[in-house]
Design a protein around this ligand. Structure first.
Ligand SMILES: [Zn+2]
Length: 409
């Protein structure tokens, strides 16, 4: 199959989209329902229409562009990603998946006409959780995993409630009903890697086999505050020393396991946090991720057994798990197809596990889903310095285009 018609380039389309919410540092800030977000979704909608898609917004602001298939089927293939960004993020995270799907489908239709199967492209309204303390508001609505109860009490850092923000963007909570879709037969997302693996290995394409599961905890160790000079070492209940021992153990154990488990303590609050006082209480975060639920579970059991052992009767330990997300496998059959395409097109590729969450993990719990990565320069993301070369951007589109051709034509 020859891909002669190119039309707009991915780089040009991304540059155009980045103007909506451009920050002073040259990055992009496009928070859910903000004026920049609204302008971007509406500009994309106009562009979809211009390119021949039937475009529409659902009740939460997910934007779809549809190319009706010639087969009379109620099902569609969905491809795309999210339009929102973190504060001062880059122009590729999320946006690239939208641009790639738009250009891949446009080029296919230009060359072959309408597909047999209906294809829809999507610009999900929210994924990052960067305005309100909620994530995947776009894709999880489509999968019937949210209700109004989940957002009723939320407000952003300026005190604007979720419902006010939604209304200002033209979506009324009072008439909201979850925009659930039951007609999606598969989902394909193209995304920047946000890591350094592809670049290090000099591969242009990452085929994601799994998206990791995550467990997050807040752990409190309670000892006893006392004088740093007059309390002999054997009589101390130093909460910080115990926490440090545990953190050292967790980090070493994860490193020595070598099976891809990652464990991070990124936040620590010490009480009373005074230089000449033994710490009485320490609260710290723990983030553990792996693509195998069993491995994740047994790792956590083992480290907490250790924590309880070293704490003994002397220390109080409280472990609260506030996040527990199962790993999600991507569709293995589609991965094989992608691998074949990469070989035929002479694109160097490798299989990868995604350590970050993506919309394909939400859809992938119920619908066969695929996630493809293109390299991120220096592994940087969520920053104005995000960068992927034009060649890699076009390569991702070529693979998506060929995959859609096999699936829909
Ligand atoms: Zn993303």
């Amino acid at each position: 199959m020859k891909m002669s018609y190119k039309g707009e380039s991915a780089a040009a389309l991304l540059e155009w989209l980045a103007a909506y919410g451009r920050s002073d540092s040259g990055g992009v800030t496009r928070l859910l329902y903000s004026p920049a977000w609204q302008a971007a979704q509406h500009a994309l909608m106009a562009k979809m229409i211009e390119k021949g898609f039937e475009a529409y917004l659902d009740t939460v602001g997910n934007l779809f562009g549809r190319i009706e298939g010639t087969d009379r089927s109620d099902h569609c293939i969905l491809t795309g990603s999210h339009i929102d960004t973190v504060i001062d993020g880059g122009k590729y995270d999320g946006s690239y998946g939208i641009a790639a799907s738009m250009l891949a489908v446009e080029r296919l239709v230009h060359r072959y006409g309408r597909p047999k199967k209906t294809i829809e492209i999507v610009s999900f309204c929210e994924e990052e959780g960067s305005r309100f303390p909620i994530t995947f508001w776009g894709s999880r609505n489509v999968m019937n995993q949210y209700t109004l109860e989940d957002v009723k009490k939320l407000s952003d850092r300026d005190g604007i409630s979720f419902s006010e923000a939604m209304k200002s963007a033209g979506f009324d909570m009072n008439v909201y009903s979850p925009p659930v879709r039951t007609d999606i037969e598969r989902f394909i997302e193209v995304h920047i890697e946000q890591g350094i693996v592809l670049e290090q290995n000099q591969h242009s394409l990452g085929i994601v086999s799994h998206i990791v599961g995550q467990k997050r905890f807040m752990i409190t160790v309670t000892g006893e505050s006392n004088h740093a000079g007059t309390t002999p070492m054997p009589y101390r209940k130093d909460a910080l020393a115990l926490a440090a021992n545990f953190i050292h153990y967790v980090t070493n154990f994860a490193t020595s396991e070598d099976g891809g488990i990652v464990a991070t303590v990124g936040k620590l609050t010490v009480q009373p946090n005074v230089a000449n006082v033994i710490s009485g209480q320490v609260e710290f975060s723990l983030d553990v991720r792996h693509h195998d639920k069993q491995v994740l579970q047994s790792f956590c059991e083992r480290i907490f057994t250790y924590l309880n052992q070293i704490a003994g009767e002397q220390f109080g330990i409280k472990i609260s798990e506030w996040m527990n997300v199962d790993p999600v496998p991507m569709c293995p059959h589609t991965a094989k197809m992608i691998e074949e395409i990469a070989k035929e097109q002479n694109v160097s590729y490798q299989y990868l596990v995604s350590g970050a969450g993506h919309d394909s993990q939400v859809l992938g719990t119920k619908i066969p889903s695929s996630l493809l990565f293109v390299p991120s320069k220096n592994g940087i993301s969520h920053s104005p310095y995000e960068f992927t070369s034009e060649e890699d951007l076009e390569c991702g589109i070529l693979i998506l285009q060929e995959l859609l051709y096999r699936l829909a034509y």
